[in-house]
Design a protein around this ligand. Structure first.
Ligand code: G
Ligand code: G
Ligand code: MN
Ligand code: NA
Length: 256
């Protein structure tokens, strides 16, 4: 309950920070975009992980507010980097959408207002939605996803493989990127079955014109396997952990 009360004041007290984790093109090795990941700098508890406070925020009905703040912050950050010519025009930012915000009737308005006020193009924004968010109300989800796609926003299925849905089902929805959950990437180099599974997922995804991002790449061996399987993009500690914006600047300065 204390945490819930603290959360209520966290936005106005400016205790949230957005970290950015690079998403790398496995063909070129170049950064293609960043995933925005929220952090909470609690005044006495220190850094609280989203894994710990997001469930509390959902319970307290605060998650849409937090997500909207992250969306706004990440879009204006990208606009700033673009304006200063620190990133090229095609670099994207991926923002996580909670089930709550996803099914909020004002979602489209929120997104459009954010694009307008931050002056970024819809092509620069990607939204990440979990399988469960889609499954919860799939008829409504299909409509919302279609509207978002019509705005020109790419849609990613986050944590793919951890839910109950299959690609055969998901491909009916207008989503165009699949993020393979890190539990499938973890120890792939010691597990031929995992490699076969990921290989099948990548082939199927490509057949239905979806791009694939592998999450949680930690070793050069994992990277090599995934690259050979034709995986399009990668994300993980091997490239970089999620970083505060000023550290992203250092990373960009030292990038090839
Ligand atoms: O960044 P981290 O490693 O701790 O993230 C833990 C979880 O929190 C992940 O599942 C991630 O999707 C989620 N998460 C991180 N940032 C956000 C956010 O801004 N909004 C929502 N809804 N979830 C987030
Ligand atoms: O659920 P979602 O994919 O949005 O969350 C991403 C989460 O994965 C964040 O908590 C982020 O900090 C974490 N993460 C990113 N890269 C790695 C990695 O290489 N290894 C591990 N174990 N976690 C990672
Ligand atoms: Mn995500
Ligand atoms: Na994920």
């Amino acid at each position: 309950l204390q945490l819930e009360n603290d959360l209520k004041r966290a936005i106005e007290r400016q205790e949230f920070i957005v970290y950015y984790q690079p998403i790398v093109c496995l063909c070129t090795g170049k950064i293609s975009g960043f995933e925005a990941l929220v952090r909470w700098q609690h005044p006495t508890m220190g850094m609280v992980s989203p894994g710990d406070f997001i469930p509390v925020a959902e319970e307290a009905g605060l998650i849409s507010l937090i997500d909207t703040w992250v969306l706004q912050t990440a879009c204006s950050q990208v606009h700033n980097w673009q304006k200063q010519k620190l990133i090229s025009e095609d670099i994207t930012v991926s923002v996580n959408l909670s089930v709550r915000l996803f099914s909020n009737p004002s979602l489209l308005t929120i997104i459009n207002e954010t694009l307008q006020s931050t002056q970024i193009s819809p092509q620069n924004l990607k939204l990440e939605i979990t399988e469960s968010a889609i499954m919860e109300n799939s008829e409504l989800a299909a409509i919302i996803l279609q509207e978002l796609r019509e705005c020109g926003i790419d849609l990613s299925i986050d944590d793919f493989g951890t839910g109950y849905s299959s690609l055969g089902y998901l491909h009916r929805f207008p989503v165009n990127i699949l993020k393979i959950d890190r539990s499938f990437v973890n120890s792939i180099e010691q597990d031929g079955k995992k490699t076969d599974l990921i290989s099948t997922v990548i082939s199927l995804a490509h057949k239905i014109e979806m791009k694939v991002i592998a999450e949680g790449i930690e070793t050069p061996e994992q990277l090599e396997i995934l690259r050979n399987l034709g995986c399009d993009f990668g994300q993980g500690y091997l490239f970089s952990k999620p970083l505060a914006s000023n550290f992203i600047l250092d990373l960009l300065a030292s990038a090839p």
